[in-house]
Each structure stands twice: as C-alpha cells, then as structure tokens.
Design a protein around this ligand. Structure first.
Ligand SMILES: Cc1cc2nc3c(=O)[nH]c(=O)nc-3n(C[C@H](O)[C@H](O)[C@H](O)COP(=O)(O)OP(=O)(O)OC[C@H]3O[C@@H](n4cnc5c(N)ncnc54)[C@H](O)[C@@H]3O)c2cc1C
Length: 326
C-alpha cells in the first residue's frame, strides 16, 4: 500500500468508526459496551479514539500487565542510549482522562455467539462489540533446541522488558573480539526493520567500546526491509562490504538456520553449516496472539485476515465497524 492509499484507507476507517458509533447508539437503548482485549499500542489507541468518537458508550480495556513496556525504542536500551523505565507506561491516564474501565486480567476464552468473555479471574464479561488487539505469539517449535527457557540464555528481546535487559548485559560483557549473531525470522513478523535497526545500534556501541568485535546477521530472507538505507549507513559508518566490516549480512534463504546447540554456542543450518556466537540473538517466527488463534480468527498463515477498511475479521463475522449501507 502506498502513502496515498494508506491515507485514503485511514480516512475511510475513521469514517466507518464514526458511522459504527452512531449505529451502536441507535441499536441499543442502553449504553453500548465495547470491550478491548490487549492494552498495547493497538488496544490503547483504539480505546482512546473510541472515547473521542463516542463519549457516551462504556469502554473496558482488559490487560493483565499493570505496566506496559513499549518495544519501539527498546533497541536503544540494549546499547545504553535509553533506560527501560522511559518505555514503561501505566493505564491511569486512560482511566482518569478517558473514563475507560481497566481490568487487570487476561481473557481466557471468547464466546463470539453469546458475546461473552471468560476471564482468568473466573468471572465472565458481556460485550456488545469486541476489539481484539493481543499482539503476537512467539513460535517456539521452529528452531530445534530453542525454547522459552533457552531464551533466558539466548535472548530474542522481541518483547520489551527483561529480555531487553538480558541482551544489553550480554552485549556489555562481550569479549573484545567477540561475535554477535543476530538471527531474524522469515517474513512476516513484527517490525520488519527491527533486527537491522538493532544491528546498527549495537554496531554504534561496539565501534566505540569493542571495535574488534563483529556482528553477523544470519537471515532466512533474500532481502530485508529498508535494505538500501541500512546498507548505505553501514558502508558509511561500519566499513560494510569490506574485510574490516563491523556488520556482515548473510542471506541464508536456501540454507536457513534449523537448530541451536547451546553447549557450543552455535546455530546450525539445514545443510549443517555452523556459526558460533558469543552472543546469540535468536528472534523466532511469530503468529497472531494466542487468543486470536483459539478464537478461530487466524488462517493457515497464523495471522488474522481482515477487511483493511474496517479491521473486521474475515473469518469470524461481526458488526463492529460495518457501515449502515452494508
Ligand atoms: C525491537 C522492536 C522495535 C520496534 N520498533 C518500532 C518502532 O520504532 N516503531 C513502531 O511503530 N513499531 C515498532 N515496533 C513494533 C511495535 O512494538 C508493535 O507494532 C506494537 O507493539 C503492536 O502493538 P499491539 O497493541 O498490536 O501489540 P502489543 O504491543 O504486543 O500489545 C498486546 C497486548 O495484549 C495483551 N494481551 C495478549 N493476550 C491477551 C489476553 N488474552 N487478554 C488480555 N490481554 C492480552 C498483552 O499483554 C499486550 O500488552 C517494534 C517492535 C520491536 C520488537
């Protein structure tokens, strides 16, 4: 989608939002109850704008964490350019300034027919309209030997928080001539430029503190997001493409990483090639959040097909943002 199409689609969805809001108030004699699952960027933004569009309705946001740690900026934390605290936010503002009920729990099941949610607390909650924004699920079944437990030793740092700090500490403790392996997943995944932004920031830190160290990006892709821009900057700052390069990018599209051996600190490709890293940042493939899968909102790809104008699911029909003319 180009910028022009995106702006048109955004405007159209805003109008649909307004229209849907009018529908909700007309259809129900009582205040409509909109429930939002997930208080990340998606859910919290939806809650805020819904309140601005629809001052009268009841809005509840369900999010188990009382403090949300944002991923954008977390690569800066890894190299000491920012503190994790600067990326951490509570929900008081949404509650106090926007009158959104915050429920600090997890949704364990959705009954889309009777419009009822089951909560981890054991309670049930009814809704008139549901917005689902549960983020991603990391797939632990794709790299042999890798697991959530092993991510305590070889961090993915793809969910900001303790994982970010672990990767920061490992980079800080890297031997002077050490090697950092960054292993991004195949497309699609959250934040396509993220691994390359991470490599750039780590290189910035290494250049000053450990100039004999090296970063190898072992990529299952043939090309990556914003490649020309990244490579231009890497050539300018990190001797990219020369023998002295601080960053090397290797496309392993025909021979992707298949396993990790924790004992020897190596990742192993399909054809048996081995790469050793003092630090291994293994970012596993991803799907839509677990609750989206359990609710039948995902297709074989593991992601949720939607109508891009209304964000409605194409698999579980609903009426949240359907314009009156439909
Ligand atoms: C390293 C990195 C750097 C990034 N940098 C940028 C950037 O510079 N700019 C940018 O735009 N984006 C960036 N991103 C992407 C950005 O973080 C995501 O696009 C964004 O977090 C998506 O928001 P979300 O609300 O969909 O999901 P999330 O932020 O993951 O929020 C989902 C929330 O849902 C909650 N949840 C899940 N399941 C349930 C349930 N069953 N019940 C209740 N709650 C539930 C979770 O607790 C979570 O808080 C980056 C990502 C990474 C990993």
């Amino acid at each position: 989608m180009n910028r022009r199409q995106f702006l048109k689609a955004s405007l159209a969805s805003s109008l649909l939002g307004l229209n849907a809001c009018a529908n909700w108030q007309i259809r129900s004699q009582q205040k409509a109850h909109v429930v939002i699952i997930g208080g990340g960027f998606g859910g919290a933004t939806a809650a805020r704008y819904l309140r601005l569009y629809c001052p009268e309705i009841r809005i509840s946001l369900i999010e188990p964490k009382t403090v949300y740690t944002a991923c954008p900026g977390s690569n800066r934390v890894i190299t000491g350019l920012a503190e994790l605290a600067s990326l951490s936010f509570g929900y008081q503002g949404l509650n106090q300034a926007y009158h959104i009920d915050i429920l600090p729990t997890r949704v364990t099941a959705i009954d889309a027919v009777s419009k009822r949610l089951q909560l981890q607390t054991g309670d049930h909650l009814r809704y008139d309209h549901l917005i689902l924004a549960p983020g991603i699920r990391l797939r632990w079944d794709t790299i042999e030997g890798y697991s959530e437990i092993l991510s305590q030793q070889f961090p993915h740092a793809w969910q900001a928080g303790p994982q970010t700090l672990l990767l920061r500490d490992q980079i800080t403790a890297l031997p002077d001539n050490g090697t950092v392996l960054i292993c991004p997943p195949a497309d699609p995944y959250r934040c396509p430029p993220g691994p390359y932004e991470r490599a750039s920031l780590i290189a910035h830190w290494l250049k000053r503190h450990k100039p004999r160290a090296k970063i190898l990006i072992l990529d299952p892709k043939r090309s990556f997001s914003k490649q020309a821009l990244f490579e231009q900057a890497w050539r300018q700052h990190y001797a990219y493409g020369t023998e002295k390069a601080l960053i090397e990018w290797h496309s392993l599209a025909d021979n992707p990483i298949q396993a990790i051996d924790p004992k020897s600190h190596t990742v192993i490709t399909e054809f048996g090639d081995k790469f050793r890293g003092d630090v291994i940042n293994l970012i596993p493939p991803q799907t839509a959040g677990q609750i989206a899968i359990e609710t039948g909102l995902t297709d074989q790809s593991g992601w949720c097909p939607i109508n891009p104008l209304s964000s409605q699911s194409l698999l579980v029909p609903g009426d949240a943002a359907r314009p009156r003319s439909c």
